[in-house]
Design a binder for this molecule. Structure first.
Ligand code: NAD
Ligand code: TYD
Length: 351
């Protein structure tokens, strides 16, 4: 059977890297990118492959069940890789319901469409749900998140992702759909929307604008280059065992303030500014409500069972990332025009 894979959220940050990898690496697969093109979705992310004969795009909202049924039938979908989501914690604090609608309701709609369309023989199909390490909650001391760590989501975003993970596993148990779930740490790299820490700082350093560091900047995140995440998704899709969960991470923990300082140093060099210039832009602002202290993934299982590990060191990945933003000013101008300005002043205006 020829694979016809529905990738949801393929116009977003991670999804666009997954779509590009699959379209280029697997010319025999049909890749259908389903995306609602919210503020975070951008077809410019896909310009390298938009004319490929094994690629097509469907503008659709996963909240629209009828449309999903239509797309499954039209493209004879054999497998799903589900990335579409509302993904930003700060937005989930100001509008939690939007996260319930897309991340929970939308995911259940997609599961229903798959269950219905694949009902003749569920054994031939896979529903791959892409999730986050944030479902495990916040680490305060040492230790790592394992696949067996109990869920303890602390933000509306992570609660909505945890709920969607539970629904995927419940559908596997109840209706015998073959599913796999992966939970990844923070990604960085090209095409990252500049509402998240790393691209926001690169954008602001370039424009000599304040760098808002929440609280004392002591919170810790585990960063993975986005193309390594896309490679991991490829690995899990092809080699992962149905019913299993795989944690994906880079064993690469950084305090926020150290990341911001590193970006300042690197950008001073690249922009020919005097050493220390950009650090003056660092501004400590009111902390995020309920701010998770530390995330850290133990990615031993995926390495030992499936043979995946990160290919890039952080120093290398961050250089590639900064250079990409400096060389793609037009992309930044497009995504930061219009609604981005309102978002920015609403969120940071009162801090
Ligand atoms: P993103 O916000 O950049 O992209 C999300 C995409 O989903 C956008 O293209 C958007 O248009 C689309 N979308 C949103 N709502 C939709 C809807 N109702 N119907 C159809 N499409 C819709 O997100 P991202 O950072 O690329 O994350 C992708 C996935 O990976 C998410 O499920 C996220 O939870 C997960 N994840 C992200 C990270 C990270 O660091 N960014 C880490 C681990 C897991
Ligand atoms: P973010 O990129 O939003 O990812 P997540 O909340 O999913 O981990 O934030 C990464 C860390 O950076 C997080 O601890 C919050 C912090 N942060 C700031 O200090 N300032 C900012 O302007 C942003 C967006 C995030």
């Amino acid at each position: 059977m020829i694979k016809s894979i529905l990738i949801t959220g393929g116009a977003g940050f991670i999804g666009s890297h997954v779509v590009k990898l699959f379209v280029e690496k697997y010319p025999d697969y049909q890749i259908v990118n389903l995306d609602a093109l919210t503020y975070a979705g951008n077809l410019e992310n896909l310009k390298e492959i938009e004319g490929a004969s094994n690629y097509s795009f469907e503008k659709a909202d996963i909240q629209d069940a009828d449309k999903l049924n239509e797309i499954f039938a039209k493209h004879q979908i054999t497998d799903v890789i589900h990335l579409a989501a509302e993904s930003h914690v700060d937005r989930s604090i100001s509008d939690p319901l939007a996260f319930v609608k897309t991340n929970v309701f939308g995911t259940v709609n997609l599961l229903n469409a798959a269950k219905e369309y694949w009902k003749e023989d569920l054994s031939k199909h896979l529903f791959y749900h892409v999730s986050t390490d944030e479902v495990y909650g916040s680490l305060h001391d040492g230790g790592f998140f394992l696949e067996t760590t109990p869920y303890d989501p602390q933000s509306p975003y992570s609660a909505s992702k945890a709920s969607s993970d539970h629904f995927v596993r419940a559908y596997a148990n109840t209706y015998k759909i073959r599913t796999v779930v992966s939970n990844c740490s923070n990604n960085y790299g090209p095409n990252h929307f500049p509402e998240k820490l790393i691209p926001l700082c690169i954008h602001n350093i370039r424009n000599n604008k304040p760098l808002p560091v929440y609280g004392k900047g002591e919170n810790i995140r585990d960063w993975l280059f986005v193309k390594d995440h896309a490679r991991a998704i490829d690995t899990v899709f092809h080699k992962g065992k149905a019913g299993e969960t795989y944690n994906i991470g880079g064993f690469n923990e950084w305090k926020n303030i150290d990341i911001v300082r590193l970006l300042c140093q690197k950008m001073d060099e690249k922009l020919g500014r005097e050493k220390g210039t950009s650090e003056k832009l660092i501004t400590f602002v009111t902390d995020r409500a309920g701010h998770d202290m530390r995330y850290a993934i133990d990615a031993t299982k995926i390495k030992e069972e499936l043979g995946w590990e990160p290919s890039l060191q952080f120093e290398e990945g961050i250089e590639i990332t900064i250079d990409w933003y400096l060389n793609n000013q037009e992309w930044l101008d497009h995504v930061t025009s219009g609604a981005y300005q309102d978002y920015y002043s609403d969120l940071y205006g009162n801090r």
